[in-house]
Design a binder for this molecule. Structure first.
Ligand code: NZQ
Ligand code: ZN
Length: 386
């Protein structure tokens, strides 16, 4: 096992009815900025419950944080916060709203000239952030219990990630009943995103970390079992609860302890979203199967373990088992309604070169757990994904 630091201060309030407990975890005197997206929280009752829990606290609304939150939109909120008064941010929504709120929290107190520098330095230049919490409505990203955020600067077609120990939510409320209203596309996206988060931290090379491996395999098996049930029975509380906690556990730092991490699939995926507006999880469903096929030798030992423990594949030679495990993975994404080929999203070979150029511009030329995923390997992965 590798050396590691594990730090995660986020307080989780899980279960039906927990939005009311915002009253206990937000300071009584706070002036809250209530941030949300395109309005789903107005339709499913979440907004009303949140406002009721805020009680007599003063609050200011900031609406319109879009999927793949943009720097341009978020900077408008930063300006409002800088006018003074607001001292607590409350994100109500999916990963985009929470990620956007993290950026606003850091940018509002940023001492440099242009907060875009936060993205350029991947968050290493953050020294403080406003306190914030979240009410999660879409299990997928893990943003509710991690310190990461991904922001898109539309004018530059750049989608970049940052993280900082100052950007953990103080708390997150996870009420599984609030996910009943999710469209099927977002249910599928959520399960695929969480699945690929686990894979980015698990599917590397062995370092003798049986605890982390078995945690990771437990999360993968749970997603495989519960994901299709959420599509079939949208109002099954237990299914929604298990998926919600699974997605949080997939990216809260726990399974990353002491193990190498990959993230090449995510980095290529971000370029696909920035250039073509493809949903985050859709990009992962396109890239991961090809990434595993192209990097089969480097990942051989873990692929065999995955085939055995996650997909119960024990017959046939090694290559047969590995190939079958990758096919099963791709089939699972399709079963969740997430298409797995570039051509499914109207992209062809002519689109590959601009993606490679974007990777180069963003210095994504040595990716993966061994930093050996060069542009030429990314090209092979993209060509195999057509
Ligand atoms: O905007 P509203 O109207 O709220 O609608 C949203 C949005 O259209 C809707 N939605 C959310 N909860 C709902 C609901 N609709 C009905 N009922 C509900 N309960 O779902 C749509 C998508 O929401 P979004 O927040 O964009 O989805 P997701 O949670 O998948 O977040 C994706 C973003 O997170 C980033 C992605 O890159 C992307 O920008 N990620 C963040 C990570 C992190 N912070 O650690 C890691 C991930 O790998 C990922 O990169
Ligand atoms: Zn992701």
């Amino acid at each position: 096992m590798l050396n590691f630091d594990f730090y995660n201060p986020t307080h989780i309030l899980f279960g039906q009815g927990r939005i009311a407990d915002l009253n206990k975890v937000i300071p009584a005197e706070a002036h809250v900025m209530l941030l949300y997206g395109g309005g789903s929280i107005k339709q499913n009752g979440v907004f009303d419950e949140v406002v009721s829990a805020l009680g007599t606290r003063k609050f200011t609304e900031f609406t319109g944080i879009e999927p793949n939150p943009s720097y341009e939109t978020l900077m408008k909120a930063v300006e409002v916060v800088k006018q003074g008064g607001i001292d607590f941010l409350l994100a109500v929504g999916g990963g985009s709203v929470i990620d956007g709120t993290k950026f606003i929290a850091a940018a509002a107190l940023f001492e440099g000239d242009d907060p875009w520098a936060i993205l350029e330095k991947r968050g290493n230049n953050i020294t403080q952030a406003l306190p914030f919490g979240s009410v999660l409505t879409l299990p997928a990203t893990g943003s509710e219990m991690n310190s990461g955020s991904v922001v898109t600067r539309k004018s530059m077609k750049a989608k970049m990630a940052f993280s900082s120990r100052y950007c953990y939510p103080k708390f997150s409320v996870l009420d599984p009943t609030k996910t009943y209203s999710l469209p099927v596309r977002q249910v599928g996206n959520g399960a695929v995103d969480a699945f690929v988060h686990v894979m980015e931290q698990y599917m590397t090379y062995p370092v003798n970390s049986p605890v982390q491996d078995r945690f990771a395999e437990g999360l993968l098996l749970t997603l495989i079992e519960e994901g299709p049930k959420a599509l079939a029975e949208p109002e099954n509380y237990d299914v929604r609860a298990n998926l919600m906690w699974c997605a949080t556990m997939a990216l809260n730092g726990l399974i990353a302890t002491g193990v190498p991490q990959d993230w090449a699939t995510h980095m290529i995926g971000h370029e696909l979203t920035a250039l073509h507006g493809i949903d985050h999880a859709q990009t992962l469903a396109i890239i991961l199967p090809s990434m595993l096929r192209v990097r089969k030798e480097a990942k051989r030992a873990k692929l065999l373990q995955y085939a055995d423990r996650v997909w119960n594949l024990r017959d046939g030679d090694e290559d047969t088992r590995i190939d079958a495990a990758i096919t099963r993975t791709q089939d699972f994404f399709e079963q969740m309604g997430v298409k797995t080929r570039l051509s499914d999203y109207a992209l062809d070979a002519s689109h590959i070169s601009p993606i490679l150029s974007a990777l180069e511009t963003h210095r994504m030329v040595a990716l993966g757990e061994k930093r050996d995923v060069t542009l030429s390997i990314s090209q092979q992965v993209l060509e195999m994904s057509l």
